[in-house]
Design a protein around this ligand. Structure first.
Ligand SMILES: Cc1cc2nc3c(=O)[nH]c(=O)nc-3n(C[C@H](O)[C@H](O)[C@H](O)COP(=O)(O)OP(=O)(O)OC[C@H]3O[C@@H](n4cnc5c(N)ncnc54)[C@H](O)[C@@H]3O)c2cc1C
Length: 468
């Protein structure tokens, strides 16, 4: 798609397959969006504070971390080659994501990338593979994992990777987050933003087309939510880069993310379980209201203060106002004051390096804590019944069992133990039917007539699916 123009009646898209006429356009073209540029929604320069650049590729022959570092030594409860393995160093971090880490894998690739803090490692002219070799030479313990590795595609080198936008919504146009902003792969905030936007946008557009008038006020709410999340995620990532200077500082700091993501996930789970209990779709929509759609745990009493005080402590260390020990002490003091985490996952002990895995036993403990001992102000997060919780567990077990007919112990591993020998496969895509309705930009307007999907051109399958 090469161009877009909007008028009072709709949108015209120009493409190498001819022109398309649409009532509304969702821009899913990612970082190189020609429309974000044309509509001038992007900040120039970006307003994000994170300053990172990256080199990345796919490799084969990457060694298993667990074969090199025994569990007793790394001290984590799960195998490190069954997760996304992160290495951190003063000035950046690295991901190692093996796709061949289970017995049924058909993909031998491993995704490998290093993100550098631009202030400590400014962009260089050297080719990325040479920069990677130099990086491994500086960190021989990581280098050992790549002794026999080779890339299967060209290395990509990205200059400063951040971009941001002032708005996402403009009349008949809405930019998905990746077309409007990107921070850094750390914490997977990209898919968090994208999934949030797709879910809510889907609901808004379905309702808009059903009524015939665009719900622009709800689009504005979604835009504000994405912009707010972006602002907080940016501070989360920027502060993480500052904490990388010392492992103990990072180990204390990143717990603010664990607590945030605990509540974010719990909020979604509660809304889904409540919907299953009642069949009332408003519970699904609550996922996107003020209480549950804030970034991390920003709607939980005490969390915004926790976040701010932890950012401040790391920044003081970064500016040289505090030494590292003082900064680390301040982080644990702040965590100590926060009482809204279950007693068995408080995140206050420096030796307890991970929030752990949410096996059935832990989920049950979490549920009981929330219902009985947790502070009053977070009780609503646990407002679902034992019955719907048990049904969810049984349903998951059933799904797993049907997927892993040949590996009968798999569901038991996944639900009850921390170490699991396998991973599920994805569902095949479902077919969809296409229909297009006329959409008025005036909220509350009446439903219009059916519109042809294109200017007489046959709809291609992807377009038909996208429109459906
Ligand atoms: C190096 C890197 C690592 C990342 N790691 C993570 C991670 O670990 N976790 C995470 O959550 N997120 C990560 N992200 C972010 C994640 O990739 C994005 O959030 C996600 O891909 C967004 O999906 P999308 O479909 O909106 O956009 P994209 O995946 O960018 O897809 C855009 C699509 O539009 C197509 N397109 C572009 N221009 C046009 C045009 N003019 N006409 C037609 N088609 C067009 C492109 O070919 C592409 O297929 C990472 C991003 C990068 C760059």
């Amino acid at each position: 798609v090469t161009d877009l123009s909007m008028d009072d009646e709709g949108v015209t898209l120009k493409s190498d397959r001819g022109d398309f006429r649409a009532q509304f356009v969702v821009d899913a073209t990612g970082p190189f969006s020609p429309f974000a540029k044309k509509l001038q929604i992007r900040h120039t320069p970006t307003k994000l504070t994170t300053q990172s650049r990256g080199i990345f590729t796919h490799m084969v022959g990457v060694g298993s971390w667990d074969a090199m570092v025994p569990p007793k030594e790394h001290g984590m409860p799960y195998r490190m080659d069954q997760t996304t393995l992160h290495h951190i160093f003063n000035g950046g971090w690295m991901w190692v994501i093996p796709f061949n880490n289970h017995s049924q894998a058909t993909n031998q690739l491993c995704s490998v990338g290093v993100m550098f803090d631009c202030t400590k490692y400014p962009p260089m002219d050297t080719p990325p593979e040479e920069e990677f070799d130099a990086f491994l030479a500086r960190h021989p313990s990581i280098g050992a994992q790549f002794k026999n590795a080779r890339s299967t595609r060209k290395w990509v080198s990205s200059p400063r990777i951040q971009y941001s936008s002032a708005q996402l919504s403009m009349g008949r146009y809405f930019a998905l987050p990746h077309a409007a902003m990107f921070i850094d792969p750390l914490f997977s905030t990209g898919l968090n933003l994208t999934a949030h936007a797709v879910n809510l946008l889907g609901d808004i557009l379905i309702q808009s087309f059903a009524s015939g008038s665009l719900q622009s006020s709800r689009l504005a709410v979604l835009e504000r939510q994405v912009l707010h999340k972006t602002e907080i995620f940016d501070r989360l990532v920027a502060t993480s880069f500052k904490s990388f200077r010392k492992f103990d500082l990072w180990n204390a700091w990143y717990r603010v993310w664990e607590i945030g993501t605990y509540y974010n996930t719990l909020g979604a789970m509660k809304c889904i379980l409540k919907y299953r209990e009642t069949g009332d779709v408003t519970h699904l929509r609550r996922r996107f209201d003020q209480q549950y759609a804030t970034p991390l745990a920003f709607s939980v009493k005490g969390y915004p203060e926790l976040f701010e005080s932890m950012v401040e402590a790391v920044e003081k260390v970064d500016r040289g106002e505090w030494d590292e020990a003082r900064g680390i002490g301040a982080l644990y003091t702040a965590l100590e004051r926060f009482d809204a985490m279950p007693s068995f996952i408080t995140r206050r002990d420096p030796n307890d390096r991970t929030i752990g895995t949410f096996t059935l036993e832990r989920l049950i403990r979490m549920f009981i804590w929330g219902k009985t001992r947790g502070p009053e102000h977070v009780r609503h997060y646990y407002d679902f019944t034992v019955g719907s919780f048990a049904a969810m567990a049984a349903q998951s077990l059933g799904k797993y069992a049907s997927r892993f007919v040949g590996v009968s112990t798999q569901p038991l591993w996944d639900m009850f133990f921390t170490r699991t020998p396998n991973r599920p496969k994805t569902d095949p895509a479902r077919p969809a039917a296409a229909s297009v309705r006329k959409l008025s930009l005036i909220e509350g307007g009446s439903a219009g007539a059916m519109m042809p999907a294109t200017n007489g051109l046959p709809m291609t399958a992807p377009v038909a699916n996208a429109m459906a």
